[in-house]
Design a protein around this ligand. Structure first.
Ligand code: NAD
Length: 258
């Protein structure tokens, strides 16, 4: 059983998920690091977290598979007996960027299953568990954070399925924020902009130029820690009256400028 607050971060072996895990450890959360395939990076992340003095376990689970979502929750129950925060971070870009006039149903299904269906039903599982926990410990805090993207509202016809999945995640945030407010469970959406990770590695040169040319008012790449700090602020209870809120972590990309 855990005395600290506990969080599950999906897809946390690298990139933004790892940045979030480190920030949450720094504000005292015990961690469940979910990873998809790379056990070595998950162990490296665990070592980093262990050094911060909180407890941490790693667990393989594909969030697009129903049995794996149950496994993730059961593993957390077994290791810690509680969970105060779910961070739906795991996500994929299309394997190949294709114009919306040619993109395949196969790619649409893959991206939607990981980016939307997985988090939607994982949230359903955890929400029911959080409601039970709240009945046992009314003073404890429970929150859910969804990592969407500027793609939730920005058109990129070369990866339409990704944009649609993130727009869906925005509505999912509103739905769960509305439904869970009566239980005191806050639900938030964070929209990262252009963040330096493996996901953006393939398009680094393109974004280097766009950023240098002024795409974002703050002229630099975002770092996983930028997103981690925003999640930590929510996890630390600084936005408890703001359920359903969207937080842009994007160097000002969302500003309309003249
Ligand atoms: N990098 C960016 O610029 C950027 C911008 C906006 C939003 N995002 C979002 O942030 C999140 C993290 O992205 P990142 O840049 O760190 O990418 P990344 O590819 O480095 O990390 C994604 C993680 O999710 C995991 N994952 C993939 N499919 C999974 C599955 N089915 N089950 C469990 N885990 C799975 C991967 O193994 C990986 O660890 C994603 O949801 C992404 O859409 C990224």
């Amino acid at each position: 059983m855990s005395k600290n607050k506990v969080t599950i971060v999906t897809g946390a072996s690298r990139g933004i998920g790892k940045g979030i895990a480190v920030s949450l450890a720094q504000v005292g959360y015990d961690l469940i690091i979910n990873y998809y395939s790379n056990n070595t990076s998950a162990l490296e992340t665990k070592n980093r977290i262990d050094a911060l003095g909180v407890r941490c376990h790693i667990v393989q689970a594909d969030i697009s598979i129903p049995e794996d979502r149950v496994k993730l929750i059961e593993f957390t129950k077994e290791k810690f007996g509680s969970c105060n925060l779910l961070v739906n971070n795991a996500g994929v870009a299309p394997s190949k960027r294709s114009d919306i006039l040619e993109a395949t149903e196969e790619s649409f299904e893959r991206v939607m299953n990981v980016n939307l269906k997985g988090p939607y039903f994982l949230t359903q599982l955890i929400a029911n568990w959080m409601i039970e926990q709240k009945k046992e410990a009314a003073e404890d805090n429970f929150r859910i954070v969804n990592i969407s993207s500027i793609s939730a509202y920005t058109s990129s016809p070369g990866r339409g399925e990704y944009c649609v999945s993130k727009a869906g995640m925005s509505m999912m945030t509103k739905l769960y924020a509305d439904r869970l407010a009566e239980y005191g469970i806050g639900v938030y959406e964070i929209r990262p902009g252009i963040i330096e990770t493996d996901m953006t590695g393939a398009v680094k040169a393109k974004y280097d130029k766009l950023i240098a040319d002024g795409l974002t008012p703050i002229k630099r790449w975002g770092k996983p820690a930028d997103v981690g700090q925003a999640v930590a602020a929510i996890a630390d209870g600084r936005l408890d009256f703001s359920t359903g809120q969207v937080i842009d972590v994007d160097g000002g990309f969302h500003l309309h400028r003249l």
